[in-house]
Design a binder for this molecule. Sequence first.
Ligand SMILES: Cc1ncc(COP(=O)(O)O)c(C=O)c1O
Length: 380
Amino acid sequence: MSHGFETLAIHAGQDPEARTGAVIPPIYQTSTYAQDAVGAPREGYEYSRSGNPTRDALQECLAALEGGPVALAFASGLAAEDTLLRTVCKPGDHVVIPDDAYGGTYRLFAKVAERWGLAYTPAKVSDPDAVRAAIRPGATRIVWVETPTNPLLGIADIAALAAVAHDAGALLVVDNTFASPYLQQPIAFGADVVVHSTTKYVGGHSDVVGGALVAADRTLGEELRYHQNAMGAVNGPFDAWLTLRGIKTLGVRMDRHCDNAERIAAYLDGHAKVGQVIYPGLPSHPGHEVAAKQMRRFGGMISFRAAGGEEHAVQICNSTRLFVLAESLGGVESLIEHPGRMTHASAAGSPLEVPGDLVRLSVGIETVDDLLADLEQALG
Ligand SMILES: Cc1ncc(COP(=O)(O)O)c(C=O)c1O
């Protein structure tokens, strides 16, 4: 029997525990497991890097939410990305990456993977022809996209890019961190692997760092599982438990994030102190129609250009009281940041450098009138 998203978020992988009936999966804070005989681990559990029941519960739930047969939970989003790259690619291979992406993801390609012989080409992921042109036939193993992108909220047409990638014999990898599986399920549109920083909306409470991979294909999923164990960047049991607790409310949180972001985007749009407002829910956004096709709603992230330039953008970031000046996103509390000097500082001087007048908001689930009043006083 198939269930709805919210039911899966609360129940998938989370049956009451067999021994006591504990309704919530216990935190199996153990490194190892007693074996009944040599070579006879109970239910396959032998060592917690290889397997842990709390992590398994999270993995099963993530697989159900993204609609893939295998999900794996990692110590961070970047640990998940690194494991994926080193499972799928080898020296001499090539990947197409977004020309707008999380700075740390860019750093992984530009400063780490390239040294090991993995070439990359940035391309505009909102333009399938540009992505096709960036492919090196025979060498490109992955077309990697974020949608929406961080921080410019570009929208990639997942189905169109799946066709482009598959024509070239490459995998389509979609970083679904900004949308969350509640708003967008890339596997349904042809993606081969979904990446998450579960630190963000999936965990949702700014209290845990984690990452995940969800594979559309079981064989690839098992190869990733092999590398998860072989490379070792696993999610710990307490972190898995916290993430799973956050997931239970993902649907209701995302709806409130979207409600608040829609109000705030409408308020900023046309404000005298604000230049361009970038929010996929605005009909003026160039990716609005594609977003409407593949997303349930448009998310909680808004970027805007300060009318007075870079110093003005910095001043706005320094002036809010409720919006906390901080990196990260996707928690219940609203955050503000200056991508050029904070989350994307590592992309300075690269093709992924972000405009200096850009401000990024992670709109939380507080009372929206309080958030509007805070922005009003900060914009001056
Ligand atoms: C879109 C996106 N992907 C991946 C990451 C990396 O995740 P983590 O910080 O959990 O390593 C981030 C972090 O901000 C992100 O925004």
